[in-house]
Design a binder for this molecule. Structure first.
Ligand SMILES: [Mg+2]
Length: 383
């Protein structure tokens, strides 16, 4: 039987996305430690420039801690509408290369370019064209990882950061993966890594050649799955989002979040953002959903429908918050890697928006979305 032809997968991830946009738009910030995030007492770092990372500042870190680590840093509020616009530009470029685009966040996606190679050349040629297009059109740096599957492409873009450009040829898979710590594999969390360490397995290479029965004892049913990953095998397809009309907002944290109050505050900001965009399009939604990904990359979406379509921040947040609570009830202390809110079933509303939403929209338009979001999120926490 002839071997299946190898796929051509690209993982693109913008470098320090929000911070890079700020440095692009304000020359005085270039070469400086820029930290984007909530500036209030309970604010969280959303993005840190590489200059700030040198001080040990990372995303999802409390802003107060970031201030201690980097007192001379430039602390900025996020300008989500600007980032979203840049994101739309980047994704439009992705779709010029292939319709098979799977967005992971505003600034990160998988592309299956298998069918595009006859237009663009080799996988590496395609990746280079893509990176150059992004840089030419947005003025922003991206890291690009290329390989024949998602696992390898993502690891390739990670090791190259910032401005990474790494292509893993099939014959280089073992030499690429073997020296990495096992925790780099998807689904290997702290507990699994500790159990592997207890039997002397620290690297992916050691896992790959480990005795199968020994692994079975430690990993149980998952042993085969992890062995496949250690060999660099990953059959998952790149799945483009459905054309289904929806509006959503989600965020991947560099450091997993466990504190329910923090999760609720983030969710509130996202609900506010989604509702504002909904109102901006003069639409209302029938269904609200949340998306949660835990540290093991298990992704869950939960949705609930409204009796009447709504574009009210309060209504959307209430429902999203209730959905999060039901998840938390069975997942206490589970570190969360990604959280998002989405609405679908969009239609023209029958009643006009409430006075509070009109006011917040006006303030947001004038002073930036973050100011109002922050106030709402903080208000909830103090209660
Ligand atoms: Mg990024």
């Amino acid at each position: 039987m002839p071997a299946k032809p190898l796929r051509a997968i690209i993982h693109v991830d913008m470098d320090a996305f929000y911070a890079s946009v700020e440095q692009r738009d304000e020359p005085a910030y270039r070469g400086q430690p820029v930290i984007v995030g909530g500036t209030g007492p309970r604010g969280v770092v959303a993005a840190a420039s590489y200059e700030a990372r040198a001080f040990g500042v990372f995303s999802a870190m409390p802003a107060q801690r970031a201030r201690r680590l980097c007192p001379d840093g430039i602390f900025l509020r996020p300008r989500l509408p600007v980032y979203r616009e840049v994101s739309a530009t980047i994704f439009a470029i992705f779709r010029e290369f292939t319709p098979w685009v799977e967005g992971l966040s505003l600034d990160e996606a998988f592309l299956d370019v298998s069918a595009s190679l006859r237009l663009f050349g080799t996988l590496e040629d395609t990746g280079r064209l893509l990176r150059d297009r992004i840089e030419a059109e947005t003025g922003l740096p991206a890291s690009v990882g290329m390989a024949h599957n998602k696992l390898l492409a993502k690891l390739a873009s990670e090791v190259g950061k910032p401005r990474g450009f790494v292509c893993i040829a099939p014959e280089r898979v073992a030499s690429f993966l073997d020296p990495m710590p096992v925790a780099r594999l998807w689904g290997v969390g702290r507990k699994t890594a500790a159990r592997l360490q207890a039997i002397g397995i620290l690297t992916i290479g050691q896992l790959r050649v480990a005795d199968a029965s020994l692994l079975q004892g430690v990993l149980g049913r998952q042993a085969d799955h992890f062995l496949r990953l250690a060999r660099g095998e990953d059959e998952r397809a790149v799945t483009p989002e459905r054309a289904d009309k929806s509006i959503s907002q989600e965020m991947t944290f560099d450091t997993d979040i466990t504190d329910p109050r923090e999760l609720h505050a983030i969710l509130q900001g996202q609900a506010e953002d989604v509702a504002r965009r909904l109102r901006g399009k003069a639409l209302a939604a029938r269904t609200v959903q949340i998306k949660i990904r835990d540290r093991h990359f298990h992704t869950e979406t939960r949705r609930r429908s409204l009796r009447f379509p709504s574009a009210s921040t309060r209504t959307i947040y209430r429902l999203a918050s209730a959905l999060l609570d039901t998840w938390l009830a069975t997942h206490a202390n589970t570190p969360v890697r990604l959280l998002g809110v989405g609405v679908s079933g969009l239609e023209q509303p029958e009643t006009a928006q409430g006075p509070i939403d009109r006011l917040t929209d006006a303030i947001a338009e004038r002073h930036g979305a973050d100011k109002i979001t922050r106030a709402l999120a903080l208000g909830r926490k103090r209660r």
